[in-house]
Design a protein around this ligand. Sequence first.
Ligand SMILES: O=c1ccn([C@H]2C[C@H](O)[C@@H](COP(=O)(O)OP(=O)(O)OP(=O)(O)O)O2)c(=O)[nH]1
Ligand SMILES: [Mg+2]
Length: 169
Amino acid sequence: MTTQSRTQTYPPLRIRRLDAGLPLPVRAHPDDAGVDLFAATDLELEPGHRRLVGTGVAIALPVGTVGLIHPRSGLAARAGLSIVNTPGTIDAGYRGEIKVCLINHDPETTISIARGDRIAQLVVQKVELPDVVEVDELDDTARGDGGHGSSGGHAILTDDISSDEKAQA
Ligand SMILES: O=c1ccn([C@H]2C[C@H](O)[C@@H](COP(=O)(O)OP(=O)(O)OP(=O)(O)O)O2)c(=O)[nH]1
Ligand SMILES: [Mg+2]
């Protein structure tokens, strides 16, 4: 028995199939965030290689939303497949084919993808569209300009450890 279900209705996601031989992309489960996208072509990705792959669909997102193209975790864990520019950004005004820049992160094994395989997922989110306004000063905050590990607790790279520390380790 499911414990939760949709309580809200959402505007439909308008998808145009550019490739009638592929099924309409859908969510694997009704409450999933991602709509799975198919590969429109067969391809082989050698270790470390990347390829821009068509999905055979175009969409019309409402203004004020963005489509984010995320990798699928199963393929990432099993095969090392990911997306170079993850998450890819689909602008509301884009009407071309959604393409995915796949990359094989596995150091040894070539990944074979067949036309019709689900290679990525589209997540639609609301987005702010503020005008860009130049200012001379920014307000003070507790963090200020500290970043990139300033709060500590990050992993130490082997090369960061001095030879004395290595000897003690
Ligand atoms: O993974 C992606 C990312 C983008 N796009 C499409 C939709 C998006 O609206 C357009 C532009 O994407 P982006 O702004 O990320 O690329 P850019 O390099 O800045 O190109 P542009 O100058 O066209 O904005 O390309 C895809 O099909 N797949
Ligand atoms: Mg751009």
